[in-house]
Ligand binder design. Sequence first.
Ligand SMILES: [Fe+2]
Length: 249
Amino acid sequence: MIDIHCHLLPGIDDGPRDEAEALMLAQALVQDGITHVVCTPHVFPGRYANNRRSIAEAFAAFRRRLLEADIDLGLSFAGEVRLGPEVIALLERDEIPFLGVQSDGRKTMLLELPDGQIPVGADRLVDRLLNHGVRPIIVHPERNRMVMDDPRRMTAFARMGCRMQLTAASLSGHFGPRVQAAARSLLDFGYVHAVATDAHNLGGRKPRMTQARDWLVREYGASKAHQLTSAGPAELAGVAVAQTSAGSL
Ligand SMILES: [Fe+2]
């Protein structure tokens, strides 16, 4: 499986505090069935002052450590960009850590809404990104309280061309029944293109991708489970689909 959203790089956001913790998280990802992970630190001006260059540096250092530790995990990087007026400035300064390039030439990026609301003007910002050749992937919309109240709030974003990524732990009910119900609605609407771990640590925010895949197989069938945990994320991130082998999808 391919994980397009994970806080694996040490010391630059609320993910692992140091290299040792990050290496343990990398091992946990492998054990959870992940073959390629995209390291996506928060890009949140005022809280986590990361940008494409700073993430690239942290990534290069960590990739060396992963090789030394002989952990067999494909690695690339992007960022989880907080929705706000600063996004356009980041774009103009070429500081957005993009996820990949799609076949239509659009660059993909992870875009995070605040948990509590969908800010006024979010649709205009998305429209500007699309006009700049950028396709936003809205991360974990099922954990947004306005979306929990009414999952149809995501319809406008889906129609504009946004992709959506659910958090694996939402599917298995780890964030509670309301989040799980919202996730199911978004799946039923056909808005979801990927499931990702959004793992931060080995405690409350550990990878739960196998659990999510098993849930998808049970509820939506093996083909949909493969699409959302492997083929879909691979397409969004521009990486090769993982080899299928016995015991994996
Ligand atoms: Fe995240």
